[in-house]
Design a protein around this ligand. Structure first.
Ligand SMILES: [Zn+2]
Length: 100
């Protein structure tokens, strides 16, 4: 587990570490599909380096929820994550640092 003080950016590194650890634990490949790039909503935390998207479509549905819950448990309550656009072409995990 890596801890990063609140004023150290980007939080993406913490999210990445949690995803990598859970990927190793479950023996699944983790692919980060978007960081500060790409088109996101105006309120998105991606441009700040506080959000990462991770590929979900290659995982079986049961693994998706296991992966999500394990990553969120590692990240703690200052982070949020969910399966965005579930069942659609653009489906992916979205994780972000959002302590508010
Ligand atoms: Zn996202």
């Amino acid at each position: 587990m890596i801890k990063v003080k609140y004023n150290v950016k980007p939080k993406n590194l913490v999210i990445m570490a949690a995803c990598a650890n859970v990927g190793n634990e479950l023996n699944i490949e983790v692919t980060v599909t978007s960081g500060m790039d790409g088109k996101h909503s105006p309120s998105s935390l991606h441009p700040r380096g506080d959000a990462l998207d991770v590929r979900s479509k290659t995982l079986d549905s049961e693994f998706k929820m296991i992966f999500l819950s394990k990553v969120l448990k590692r990240l703690g309550k200052s982070y949020q994550g969910f399966l965005e656009d579930e069942g659609k072409v653009n489906e992916h995990f979205h994780f972000e640092y959002d302590p508010d």
